[in-house]
Design a protein around this ligand. Structure first.
Ligand code: PMP
Length: 309
């Protein structure tokens, strides 16, 4: 269940949580014509901060651009709206869910006159995505029988509603088989990503991750971990990876706004060599979470204050 807050930002105003409704003939409900973001707000000693808020809003605009959705709000307006959604609900830490979707009007797949693009931002309290113990002990995952979308079908580089039918199949299959999450392969059978997380492997001290061309969403947490690793002098290689690297690596972990940095303990019932959080994963977790308790200096400007100064 969602931890309901009081208000939702909708098309420029705050409406009560229960009043943020849509019509059943909303275009996006039928065709998946939406683009969205997931953003975490962390509590820090200097107040709530949005983690890479502006980068997330830029990606929302990029996703909209891929689908030629005309967003009625520019990046600065949406960043301000996110802040408003957090402060209006008096949240100190939160998950933010901005969504822009093709609204009510015509029901044709491509309406002659475009339906309105509605924009909403929900903010609510949310804990660890893959369970509270996942962060320390790691999760057991499987490779899915479902592949990720092939190139030139539905672009995985857009964070679009319709893409999550793929994520749904991958994650649902994994959970029904008793795993915490499923990993998708791309159309060539190479490693791609988790249903809602990017994938990293550690092999001989190097950090390996599938490239943009492996049908992934280029996660903002993925970029964060690459930056942090390079700062720590760890070599990072973005390369296509065969499935068997899952069984041969020393360590594996997921990254994502929801999953943060979650160690992978086993894949397809085979424990990774570290069988949980190995030394590189632990170091990267420590530096990542250190951003929010001040033990990692934010030299990148990733922490954006949510309260108007
Ligand atoms: N891949 C998919 C399919 C996702 O849904 C997400 C979550 N947004 C990610 C990767 C991780 O992206 P980010 O780190 O930007 O949250």
């Amino acid at each position: 269940a969602i931890n309901e807050a009081e208000y939702i930002w909708r098309n420029g105003e705050l409406v009560r949580w229960a009043d943020a409704q849509v019509h059943v003939l909303t275009h996006a409900l039928h065709y998946g014509t939406s683009v969205f973001e997931g953003i975490r707000v962390y509590e820090t000693s200097s107040g709530p901060v949005g983690f890479r808020l502006t980068d997330h809003i830029r990606r929302l605009h990029d996703s909209a651009r891929i689908y030629a959705f005309d967003l009625p709000y520019d990046e600065a307006e949406l960043v301000a709206a996110c802040k408003q959604a957090v402060t209006a609900n008096k949240l100190v830490s939160a998950y933010l869910r901005p969504i822009a979707f093709m609204g009510y009007g015509s029901i044709g797949v491509v309406p002659a006159a475009d339906n309105p693009i509605d924009v909403c931002i929900a903010a609510f309290a949310w804990g660890a995505y893959l369970g509270e113990t996942a962060r320390t002990e790691g999760v057991d995952v499987c490779v899915s029988s479902w592949n990720r979308m092939a190139p030139n079908t539905a672009p995985t580089g857009a964070k679009a509603g319709g893409n999550y039918l793929s994520s749904y199949l991958i994650s649902r299959e994994a959970k029904s088989r008793g795993y915490a999450e499923g990993i998708g392969l791309d159309v060539d059978g190479r490693l791609s990503e988790g249903a809602g997380e990017n994938l990293f492997l550690v092999k001989n001290g190097k950090l390996l991750t599938p490239p943009a061309s492996s049908s992934i969403l280029q996660g903002i947490t993925r970029d964060t971990i690459i930056e942090i690793a390079r700062t720590e002098g760890i070599e990072v290689v973005e390369q296509t990876l065969p499935r068997e690297m899952l069984y041969l690596c020393d360590e594996a972990f997921f990254t994502g706004t929801a999953a943060e940095v979650t160690p992978i303990r086993s894949v397809d019932d085979k424990p990774t060599r570290a069988a949980g959080a190995g030394p590189v994963t632990k170091l990267l977790q420590e530096r990542f979470f250190g951003l929010f308790d001040g033990t990692t200096k934010d030299q990148w400007g990733w922490l954006e204050p949510m309260q108007s100064q």
